[in-house]
Ligand binder design. Sequence first.
Ligand code: NAD
Length: 293
Amino acid sequence: MAKIAFIGLGNMGGPMAANLVKGQHQVMAFDLSAAALDAAVAKGAKKVASAAEAVKGAEIVVTMLPAGKHVREVYEKDVLPNVAKGTLLIDCSTIDVDSARHVGQVAQQAGLEMVDAPVSGGVGGATAGTLTFMVGGGDAAFAKARPILEKMGKNIVHTGAVGAGQAAKICNNMILGVTMLAVSEGFLLGKRLGLDAQKLFDVVSTSSGSCWAVNNYLPVPGPVPTSPANRDYQAGFTADNMLKDLKLAQQAAQASGASTPMGAEAAQLFNLFVNSGNGAKDFSGIIRMLDGK
Ligand code: NAD
């Protein structure tokens, strides 16, 4: 049993921390949101008053925060000044590669090992403990992180040095943003052509149009009971977060000279969706904008 500090207990961090508790670890939890913290305590985590307090005496620190600026701030103000030597730092947030490398570097300067370990699989995967982790960091740090990550996920892939986890993540999420738009368009066209959504799902989910956005996260209510479409597009994965990831992918594409015209189009469409007041909705709700609603 390890003593684990868990900072950021939102849609993803909450169920991930709950799985660490189930895995017999002692979880010291902190979130700025009292509601998020209370939900984690109800699942067996121990509430502490600050991030600084959470990390004191912890063997492992897991962060699951919205964006790079939150991770930099929590690392610089709370984590690095208060952790013991030998503590392993695992950041599971999706952030820009530069921030990941920066916190990795300052951690190293402080004599600490850090991995960036963003996830894929959504709230469903976080709850079921079936997330995919893409991990950037040294071999020794990865070996130490693996058994902890295995309590929260099923596929743990070591993608390279610190920052390589985030690089894999933005490639994946650019694919997701583009495929969600394609699936939305396909099902909207099907509706106009008089097709029943269930029948179209029965075909596409077993045909060459099959993908995660169809099989696990269909933007149309009915065929996939767990998808946010069945609960008025309550997140899930917010449109704000999808837009963040698509912008990160575009920045990376420009910096590296990669050609990503579909990713650029997806970023523009999600920008429009978010700027119409839908940032807190699930990203799959973009189907309603495409439908003129
Ligand atoms: P969320 O907004 O639900 O949770 C973030 C939590 O961090 C909130 O509870 C917030 O109060 C807390 N927080 C912010 N600043 C803090 C601070 N300084 N100290 C302590 N707590 C602080 O977001 P989420 O959906 O859980 O996503 C978290 C990360 O995971 C994001 O980077 C997101 O892109 C990524 N992600 C999300 C999903 C998904 O389906 N939701 C999937 C994969 C990856």
